[in-house]
Write a new protein. Sequence first.
Length: 347
Amino acid sequence: MPSVSTTLNPTAGPRTGSEFAPLLKAVRDQGLLDRRIGWYAAGTAVDLTALTGTITAMVLAGDSWWTLLFALPLAVLWARTAFVGHDAGHAQITRGKRAGRAVGLLHSNLLLGMSYAWWNDKHNRHHANPNHVDKDPDVGVGALVWTQRQAEQRTGFARWLTRNQARLFLPMLLLEGIALKVYGCQDLRRQPPRERIVEALLLAAHLAGYTTLLLTVFSPGRALVFALLHHALFGLHLGLTFAPNHKGMEMPDPDGEGWGHLRRQVLTSRNVRGGFLTDWMLGGLNYQIEHHLFPNMPRPHLRLAQPLVRAHCAAVGIPYTETSLLDSYRQALRYMHEVGAPLRAAE
């Protein structure tokens, strides 16, 4: 593991790309961008062993309502699997693109039934322009909206949804596990033929394996209940992981002055304080600022880079936002509530 010094000598002017250059050099010099293949191999082996053990326990427990309790650990382990797919998409794990894609396809398509190509495309566009209303797909108009201009354009049921989106956010996350699979399948039409075939075959293999498992353990009725419960908990876990990261943070003005990489990533991101359990449950994404500044930085190095990033932000006068997990949810929900305020006032 690299030995990290927090000494940094920033020599940058305001709002230029050069603000980032001293930080990048310091991070590289301290080896924080070096791959940690062994760390990922060990962690993945543990997660896959736990996943296999959970499935084995389900089979042994048999067709009982008590077996539904396994939906919780299985959802948590699926989230662990999703974190590996996420890291593979950012080239954090392997040195070569082909090996990284293989890791991503295994964890996303085969184990989760989520399209790796769809997620990677969407997520990379988010990283390039976080919280940019015209360029970040995560703040585009969907079931939820993120600006009052978006809110004012809503009509009918969507308008009611926006008025109440803060209180409906958590219940809506229960649908996210299924939605992720639907979006991925829809995206197959966009993909090149060779990529589409590989992705589709792996998604079909996942569906066949998942369905076979549930119908082996449960009667059809209980199998459906388990699948719904499992996907609801999985979606909730992922949603609660991603929700604290950007909601309620700065949103760049599409028509205003451009920001350099440092400001664009730091001002739109929020870190979450915590120890080992927080790091484990959030897959390292609680270090959102560091992750956005260095998306290919291996997960175990994010906490090591944090003192460097915090010191550099202080030196160049950029606010570095870090809060508790509960407060991050409070801020995100408060922001969603404020977005819908004009519609409630017009009632």
